[in-house]
Design a protein around this ligand. Structure first.
Ligand SMILES: Cc1ncc(C[n+]2csc(CCOP(=O)(O)OP(=O)(O)O)c2C)c(N)n1
Ligand SMILES: [Mg+2]
Length: 357
């Protein structure tokens, strides 16, 4: 395990000598575009929440580098088992923006039929499994999906996400232990944003890092700078190759920082020092990556303005389509459990429906 997080770009976005991954110019640009799309989406969704148009939202601001680095490292056949802040991976894998926004509203266009809290996107075509509100449970699910992929002799690997807080859950132990014993093709990515709502990392664990915990399970632990999307991409790509090659799981700790509240219901000024936030704002992934692109003469003010315009238009159109959808039909309440709902349920539903009209 490395003590210092692996970097490809330094804190100011300068590429460390001889370390750039072999990617096309378009691919380098795409990392930036995807991070900006997440930032703008975040901003707009928080505004909708404040206007009472959606009930709740969990922002990603500051963590875009982990999300995009991981999404780019995964292959199409790989599964994504997200935690709280990876929804943009579903969008990068084709979930239409209006459907994502409909999930936040919980209306008829929502693939979850309004049954989940906001930010619990699901996207079957993109092998993106809905997050679980119950912290940590997706860790053992990720192991299970990976074990299944191995039994079926597919070339699928799994990216299983967690926050730093989830490392204190039972599933962290069960999931990592099973994965290592069965050499399951899974890469665990811990987005260590240093907070579990109001609990700071050092109150969560006495361990110096999350990556260090891998040793006890018999798997490699890698600490990477989560605000450096290229480093995340490189580390996670190598771990996925290792998983596919039958060598078993890896635990990746992506060190980052949650710049905003835990959710739209949280006020982080109540429990953390704003100076710390300023310190991490100076290392945030988007400005840093933009500085890298500019140093390579790959980005200009005009391109920036065009991009912001394009995304604002795209998101506004998606909001319009999502908000135009009807409420979820109450009959969906009794669907999807029994093929034919039993008579008592039908009777109860008829009563409930008449009280709604
Ligand atoms: C089992 C369980 N306990 C408590 C909660 C309440 N809860 C919701 S999010 C959260 C903190 C999660 O922190 P972390 O895993 O670091 O993820 P982050 O929010 O920082 O992305 C807690 C305690 C929960 N959802 N599930
Ligand atoms: Mg956290």
């Amino acid at each position: 395990m490395t003590e210092r997080p692996i970097q490809i770009l330094d804190d100011k976005g300068k590429a460390l000598r001889g370390r750039l991954p072999k990617l096309s110019k378009e691919a380098f640009l795409d990392f930036y575009r995807e991070m900006q799309r997440i930032r703008i989406f975040d901003h707009r969704m928080l505004a909708l929440q404040r206007q009472g148009r959606i009930g709740f939202y969990g922002p990603v601001k500051g963590q875009e580098g982990v999300v995009v680095g991981c999404a780019k490292a995964a292959r199409e056949q790989d599964w994504i088992l997200p935690a709280l802040r990876e929804g943009a991976i579903a969008i990068m894998r084709g979930l239409p923006l209006d459907l994502a926004i409909a999930q936040l509203i919980g209306n008829d266009l929502d693939l979850c039929k309004g049954r989940q809290m906001p930010c619990h996107y699901t996207w079957r075509k993109g092998k993106y499994v809905s997050m679980s509100s119950v912290i940590g449970t997706q860790i053992s699910h990720a192991t299970g999906v990976a074990m299944a992929a191995k039994y079926r002799r597919t070339d699928e690997a799994v990216l299983g996400f967690m926050g730093d807080g989830a490392t204190s859950s039972n599933d962290f132990h069960a999931g990592l232990n099973f994965a290592a014993v069965y050499k399951a093709p899974v890469v665990f990515v811990c987005q260590n944003n240093q907070w579990s709502i109001s609990v700071p990392f050092e109150k969560q664990t006495a361990s110096k890092s999350v990556a260090a915990k891998a040793k006890a399970y018999g798997m490699p632990g890698v600490l990477v700078d989560g605000n450096d999307p290229l480093a995340v991409y490189e580390v996670v790509s190598a771990a996925l190759d290792r998983a596919r090659g039958g060598e078993g799981p890896t635990l990746v700790e992506a060190l980052t920082f949650r710049l905003l509240g835990h959710s739209s219901s949280d006020d982080p000024t109540r429990y953390r020092d704003e100076d710390l936030v300023r310190e991490w704002e100076a290392k945030e992934p988007i400005a840093r990556y933009r500085a890298f692109l500019e140093s390579k003469k790959l980005w200009s003010e005009e391109q920036e303005a065009e991009l912001l315009d394009e995304f604002a238009g795209e998101i506004n159109n998606a909001i319009r389509r999502a908000e135009a959808a009807a409420p979820v039909d109450p009959k969906t309440m009794i669907e999807d459990v029994f093929e034919t709902p039993d008579p008592r349920l039908l009777e109860e539903f008829a009563k409930a429906r008449s009280s709604l009209s």
